[in-house]
Each structure stands twice: as C-alpha cells, then as structure tokens.
Design a protein around this ligand. Sequence first.
Ligand SMILES: *Cc1c(COP(=O)(O)O)cnc(C)c1O
Length: 356
Amino acid sequence: MKKHNYSAGPCILPKEVFEKAAQAILDFNNSGLSILEISHRSKDFVAVMEEARALVLELLGLEGKGYQALFLAGGASLEFLMVPYNLMKVDGKAAYLDTGTWANNAIKEAKLFGETLIVGSSKAENYNHIPKNYSIPADASYFHCTSNNTIFGTQMKSFPNTDIPVVCDMSSDIFSRSLDFTQFDIIYAGAQKNMGPAGTTLVVIKEEILGNSGRMIPGMLDYQQHIAKESMYNTPPVFPVYASLLTLQWLKNLGGIAAIEKINEAKANLLYTEIDRNPLFKGVSAVEDRSLMNVTFDLENEAHQEKFDAMWKAVGISGLTGHRSVGGYRASIYNAMPIESVQVLVDVMKELENKI
Ligand SMILES: *Cc1c(COP(=O)(O)O)cnc(C)c1O
C-alpha cells in the first residue's frame, strides 16, 4: 500500500533522491566503488561538496554576496552553541525570540556564554503564535530567531529590521518559500526536515560578521576554520551531504524555491481550508502565523479520536500524531510531500464528517 508520510523529521524526501542515493551506495559515478568507501578527499567527492555548497547559495539567491555555505555535523542543536561561541562578544549580550521548544533550547546554550535577553515570547499561550512588536537592543551581538516552529505549527511571515546580525534557525522551512535571504547573517538548518537525511547541518554565513567575538574558539566549533577548509575540516558526513545534493538538484530542476513555494502554498491551503470548513476539526495556531510546513490541528470532540485514527491509518497515512507538548495532530507537509497525499488526508477528514 502507498504510504503518505507526515512525519516531522526525519521526513519524506523525493523518490528519485532515494533511488539515486541507493544506487550511489552500490556504485558511485560508475567508479565500481560505493560512496560509503571512497575518500572524502577524492575528486568525485570534492566535486559533490563543491556543487552542494554552490547550489545552496544559488537557490537562496546569495551567490557573490559574501556568503559561505557549510555542511557540518552535530545537528541544528550544535549550532545552538556554535552561534554564541562565534558571535557573542566577551561581556556582550545576545537577543533571542522565544517561539517554542527549539528556540528555548538555543536560549539555554546561549546563556552559558553571556547575557541572553528574551525580547519576545509566546510561552504563556503555549507558543500558539509569533510574538510581535518587540524591540531589539542595538548593542546586542546578534538577534536569533526560529523561522518555523516545527512542534507548534507557527511560522514567522516577516523578520525584524535591525542593524545587528540576524541569525535564523530555518531547520523546518529552509528552501520552502521565497524570502530576501540577504536579511540574514547566519541561516542554519538540520538536513532532516527539508533537505536530506539526518547527519548534516547546513550553515550559511555572511563571512564579514565573523572574527569579532574576542573568544578563543576550538577548531571544530569555529566557523572561520570550517570556511578556510572548505567544509572539510575533518571527514564530513559524506552520505548525508550527497543525499542533500540530490535533493537540491531535484529542487533546481523543479524551478527552485519560487516553484516549490507555489506548490507548498497550494498544499497548505487545501488542508487549512478543510480544517476551517469541517465542523469536527479546529486549527491550533493563530491564523496569521500558520505554518505552511507543519499544520497543527485537533478534533473538536475527543470522542472521535479512535475512529479518526483508525481511518487515517487505514489509508496509509503515518506520522500524523501531534508532538506530546501540543497534542492533537500535526501534518508535516515538507517540500517532497505531493499534493495528492494531502488530498488523501482531506478526504479522510470529510469521510469522518459523513460518518458522524
Ligand atoms: C528539528 C529541529 C531542530 C533540532 O535539529 P537536530 O538536527 O536534531 O539538532 C532545531 N530547530 C528546529 C526548528 C527543528 O525543527
């Protein structure tokens, strides 16, 4: 039976990425060797890394604008501490927007380095919206925000205008919508939400903001060293980088971010329209902040849960259960999720209405 994978991450990837990645495990570039056994310094793998780094900047519209793309290890969670290590001045402070669990984890790490101001928070309402009308102190070393809150289903639709460096955790909506990416100085994203398998983290950095923290930074945690070594400071996560490249190529062939954005809007619109129309369901997050990637919703009446759960499982849907801190349901509809799969879910929601 065809599966419709709504998992929040690791998550669905394009079928052709799975096929090409599988082939490269058996025989990479007709070399007679597996991608898993070749040197990361070999000509074939260096070409993979170079193309992946260049394609990231091309897709984001950041080519020739002073940015560098790195594929690191350690997950987005390691960036929670690499960011303050590299940017927070000794005796300085940093400004954070608290929009949920991941933002909080970033804040926890920053506190180890210095004064960490929470300039806005929606914690009191269990993060069902994005805080607005906050101000950012001009003397902070940087401002950090989370563009899409994977767990709560909220998404920042705009970003504050500030003269200090802007750092954004885009783990769950990178490459999903058009933005002016030059408004960010660091963008980071764990691969496993919208780009590839777990094991690598994309970090895009405006080079000129580095080197000002006044801290001694261990080599493995120093963005400047990773840039100097062209993202090969040590053995990179070879296979996750290769699979990410395949996804980036898939996206480029599709027409890039502008093309996928239209598809993503159509998918989200289809699902939110049904949530709002169907009297058995309700949305969880504030309408103006609704995420186009993670759609959180719930039943109006818990008594229908058993029936609904059995129905969506019966049509091959998986991974629809909400995060334990929110409850209800969460449909993660990342780039690789086809609109046909969203229609399957919408049909089940209509069918439940007809049965009750
Ligand atoms: C999943 C996620 C993370 C954590 O990523 P890891 O790669 O597991 O460290 C961080 N931020 C956001 C927004 C996420 O969705």
